[in-house]
Write a protein that binds this ligand. Structure first.
Ligand code: GAL
Length: 992
């Protein structure tokens, strides 16, 4: 038996899809029905409730919203959110869904305002209802609809009186449409976008098609507006089109031409275009721009652009996909401030206001249709709706509604048919529908693997080496020569790459360099913008960010929902800071010849809005400053070097850097001023003077009465175990090669082989223990401790030699030289190479740390463009990155010195001298500090579970493995892998 919500038919009883002006753009009357509705949840669509039932004694629930989140974060009276990525949480048996199908009955009453216009028509508009719904007015069923992220309109004309009306909406959680809405996100239901009544005067502007182009050879903008009425009678309406700012006017359907400033994401110039009939006036913000593909290169206004983009799901930690305008603006501003210039609206059309903001602030958009059927893949795509003619009408309806709703936005540069929905007969059907409505924009769909139907070659998660081949046009051919030739002439885009789960993504700069090298490479979209961690409270009332399984779901995909550049509360993660540095429009990079390469990576603008300020500094101490007199035309570059008359100081206790920052010189014109003066548009630096080397120690250890030893502030037992340092008990000191695995470490690169974390535990790195091999005082007075460090069940291990020596004339200092030598067969990489030191410190989290090295935020071997050399400070608590799923975090690289200030007023200074890894010598060590152990970090499921354990855990590493993005794609590339190798580090500890 197939019930209504299982029927594969387009919406019924609804108005044909139409354009609708943004809120406030038309003078026609509207009435918002948002607010408190009456609500009851039933276990099955057969609720038995009469549509005339008013529900006066039912619960109250806010529309728009998801019923699962109605009382978040404390209570979940209407079922819980559930997270699945690929797999359907119900049997794959289309079009059927389970009988257990939570169904919400919604009720509200309304009256037309006294000044509601006479005549015309009145539509009831839903912007988004998840998943299937039925609408009844005053007890009479009028329409059924679906397409969760698409609008639905029902014509109420002739049914509305002056009296009160009862609106009843029945919404099911599951429907046949759940099969085509299998996006990787929480399953959340209900009326989650606004509901309005809209008056359409007779002869209204129901369909306005804006055709705005820009001829970059003449500077002339062209504009044609086609106006039609579609609600009452289909057909063109006579309308006037004026552009007051340009002083031009024409009839609808005629082309206007005038010199204009074009629209681009860099300079989002918009003009008011006023379209009016006798009965309605609509004012649209129109951008003049032309998108084209020439010789395999994607052009906007005749110039090649690069998409430095992100995939954005709609998300709010309390409201799910019911995002507010404030959240949308926050997202847009955060993107602009981190040099992101493009958004793929993964994987459905966003709330329309988001697109208004993209037009206004300047973001290139791939607008994606509401379609994903990934859950058919494990079954070999058998039964996939995308290859089933029974679904054609439904799928074409969806994409038609998308294009009709959004086509007037200048920001949209491509349409996307959907995501991960396989191939089949409905792909060309959808492409034809899109091209018929809008031939001006290329069509994208990654799932068309041979790119037979689309206009751009799109892939996800290809590694940067493969992308390089594609950039050069020498990728392996397709089997069919015609398809291959066609695809080879297309621009290439990574619709998803650099999976930003947890600590990462690593390797972003490698991709970006390839994009810059090859005109065919259009760029890509990082997966993804934000961690979808929903706020909930634990039994003690502590709020935390929940992921799959945290609501007791029995079938879920765990932490995979937390893979964004923003933490759930929109705190930028280090990955976003790295993104900003890599995407910087004014890129400044050190070159091997001791110069800085400055590149203007804007496609359209010169750098006259930027000032290139330089500083010569030793740590935080400014020695000289200046401004480079330089303006670069769009797309040009130059080499800069420190002024020749710059006087360099003698080597001291910190490195001397020449740092150049390109900063915004004056505010941009928008009233929200997203770019304040001083805002960084790019930065780079050169190391000019290395710090002075540490003087040789040359003191003698003393022997204690108990047979132990003393070297300055360090005491050892007779076996050579370090027992106290800086007046604090030592709870452990040994070589370490493990880290609390990141989400990337936990998954095999490109879904093959074993994960790095697995390799590390099978080599015993997570259970390393030390055996002493000998302790002796050397002829020159040092304490030499020999040890072997290894895990269980393996012959591989590390031979270590720690050489401790007091420092002449510095009674509070001790010098340590650590030599680490790998023995036996090691896995192909190790997590870290260095020493771990655990000090007794009850107030470890409050310990202050001031360090000279790269900062201020964490960096890893393949995520290091954002970190700059200087002196920085934090507390140990602030040093931690609270990834939604706890894991390795916080490494600061290139650290030449660090001063720890303990709560009791004492302190410890750590200096790094020579450091070598294999044959390579480097400046400084990698420092990590935690108020808990790596084991605790690894065990914790959420950050709030981590409790300081009374110790300060320090990692003093020569190196750490990169982070990669193996959670969904390539692992750590060879340029950032760490292999077991001989290591030597010289450190000095001084009690303060
Ligand atoms: C992609 C998919 C995304 C997301 C990602 C993993 O294959 O298109 O929606 O699931 O993988 O985070």
């Amino acid at each position: 038996m197939t019930t209504a919500h299982e029927s594969v038919t387009p919406p019924d009883g609804v108005v044909a899809p139409r354009f609708r002006p943004p809120a406030g753009a038309s003078g026609s009357a509207t009435l918002s029905l948002d607010g408190e509705w009456r609500f009851r949840l039933f276990p099955h669509p057969d609720t038995g409730v009469d549509r005339a039932e008013r529900g006066d004694d039912w619960d109250r629930l806010t529309v728009p919203g998801h019923w699962q989140l109605a009382k978040a974060p404390h209570a979940w009276p209407y079922g819980v959110p559930a997270y699945n990525n690929v797999l359907y949480p119900f049997p794959v048996d289309p079009p059927h869904v389970p009988d257990d199908n939570p169904t919400g009955e919604y009720r509200t009453t309304f009256r037309l305002p006294a000044d509601w216009p006479e005549g015309g028509r009145t539509l009831l508009r839903f912007e988004g209802v998840d998943s299937w719904f039925q609408v009844a007015l005053d007890g009479e069923p009028l329409a059924t609809s679906h397409g969760s992220r698409l609008p639905t309109e029902v014509d109420l004309t002739g049914r509305l009186t002056d009296g009160e009306h009862l609106l009843a909406v029945r919404v099911t959680q599951w429907s046949a449409m759940s099969y085509v809405e299998d996006q990787d996100q929480w399953w959340l239901s209900g009326i989650f976008r606004s509901v309005t009544l809209e008056h359409r005067p007779d002869g209204a502007l129901d369909d306005v098609r804006v055709h705005a182009g820009y001829d970059h050879t003449t500077g002339v903008g062209t504009l044609r507006v086609d106006a039609a009425t579609v609600v009452a009678t289909a057909g063109a309406v006579p309308a006037r089109v004026t552009v007051p700012e340009l002083g031009v006017e024409a009839a609808a359907g005629e082309e206007l031409r005038a010199p204009v400033e074009p629209w681009s994401a860099e300079q989002p110039r918009l003009y008011d275009v006023v379209v009016s009939t006798d009965t309605e006036t609509v004012t649209l913000s129109v951008g003049f721009r032309t998108v084209s593909i020439e010789d395999g290169v994607f052009l906007v206004n005749g110039r090649p652009i690069k998409l430095r983009g992100v995939n954005r799901h709609e998300f709010d930690p309390l409201r799910g996909r019911a995002v507010t305008p404030e959240r949308m603006l926050e997202d847009v501003l955060l993107m602009k401030r981190h040099h992101i210039n493009a958004v793929r609206t993964s994987h459905y059309p966003p709330h329309p206001h988001f697109l208004d903001l993209c037009d206004r602030y300047g973001l290139y958009v791939i607008d994606e249709n509401d379609l994903e059927t990934h859950g058919f893949q494990p079954g070999g795509w058998v039964g996939n709706p995308v290859d089933d003619p029974a679904w054609t009408e439904v799928l074409v309806d969806r994409v038609t509604r998308t294009v009709r709703r959004d086509a007037h936005h200048a920001s949209i540069i491509m349409w996307s048919l959907g995501n991960e929905a396989g191939g089949g007969c409905n792909i060309p059907a959808m492409v034809d529908a899109v091209r018929a409505l809008d031939p001006s924009r290329p069509v994208h769909y990654e799932g068309d693997f041979s790119s037979d139907h689309v206009d751009v070659y799109s892939r996800m998660y290809a590694d940067s080496e493969e992308v390089e081949l594609i950039g050069q046009g020498i990728e392996p051919p397709l089997e069919r020569a015609d398809a291959d030739a066609r695809r080879r002439a297309m621009p290439f885009v990574l619709c998803e790459y650099a999976h930003a789960m947890g600590n990462g993504p690593g390797g972003l700069a490698d991709y970006d360099a390839a994009f810059d090298r090859h005109p065919r490479l259009l760029g890509g979209f990082i997966w993804e913008w934000i961690d979808h961690g929903l706020t909930r409270t634990d039994a003690d009332g502590n709020p935390f960010s929940a992921y799959g399984g945290d609501f007791g779901e029995r079938f879920h995909d765990g932490t995979f929902i937390a893979d964004g550049l923003l933490l759930p509360d929109r705190t930028p993660s280090p990955g976003l800071l790295e993104t900003a540095a890599v995407f910087a429009p004014v890129r400044i990079d050190a070159q091997a010849d001791g110069t800085l390469l400055v590149r203007n990576r804007y496609a359209f603008r010169d750098t006259s809005h930027a000032e290139l300020r330089w500083t010569l500094h030793r740590g935080a101490e400014e020695l000289a400053t200046g401004v480079l007199d330089l303006v670069l035309e769009a797309g040009t570059e130059t080499v800069v070097r420190p002024p020749s008359d710059l006087v360099l100081p003698e080597p001291g206790d910190a490195p001397v850097w020449w740092t150049v920052r390109a900063v915004q010189a004056k505010a941009e014109a928008l009233e929200e001023a997203w770019l304040e003066p001083g805002f960084q548009l790019g930065a780079g630096q050169l190391l000019l003077v290395e710090p002075a080397s540490l003087p040789a120690p040359a003191g003698r250890v003393s022997t204690e009465a108990d047979g132990g030893f003393r070297a300055g502030p360090a005491r050892f037992d007779r076996r050579g175990d370090l027992r106290t340092l800086a007046g604090r008990a030592v709870h452990g000191f040994r070589v370490d090669a493990w880290r609390a695995p990141t989400d990337n470490d936990r998954r095999p690169a490109r879904w093959r082989g074993s994960a790095d974390a697995e390799k590390w535990s099978s080599a015993g790195l997570n259970l390393l223990a030390e055996r002493k091999d000998g302790v002796a005082v050397t002829a020159d007075g040092a304490l030499a401790v020999e040890a072997r460090i290894a895990g269980p069940a393996t012959r591989a291990g590390f031979a270590a030699r720690y050489r401790w020596q007091p420092v002449t004339d510095a009674p509070d200092a001790v010098d340590l030289v650590v030599d680490i030598r790998p023995e036996g067969r090691w896995p192909d990489n190790v997590a870290r190479l260095g020493v771990l030191l655990a000090l007794d410190e009850p107030a470890a989290a409050e310990t202050g740390v001031r360090w000279t090295g790269l900062g201020p935020d964490e960096s890893y071997a393949d995520s290091r463009k954002a970190a700059l050399g200087g002196s920085w400070q934090h507390t140990v608590a602030d040093w931690q990155t609270r990834y939604t799923h706890p894991q390795e975090n916080g490494a600061r690289r290139g650290v030449t010195s660090a001063v720890l200030s303990f709560a009791d007023g004492t302190g410890l200074r750590i200096d790094a001298g020579e450091v070598t890894v294999g044959a390579r010598s480097q400046l400084g060590i990698e420092l990590s500090l935690r108020p808990w152990s790596d084991e605790a970090l690894d065990r914790a499921a959420h950050p709030h579970e981590l409790v300081p354990d009374g110790r300060l855990w320090l990692h003093l590493d020569a190196a750490q493995h990169g982070v990669g993005s193996a959670a969904c794609g390539p692992g750590v590339l060879p340029n950032a892998q760490l292999h077991a190798a001989p290591v030597r580090m010289r450190l000095r500890f001084t009690t303060l």
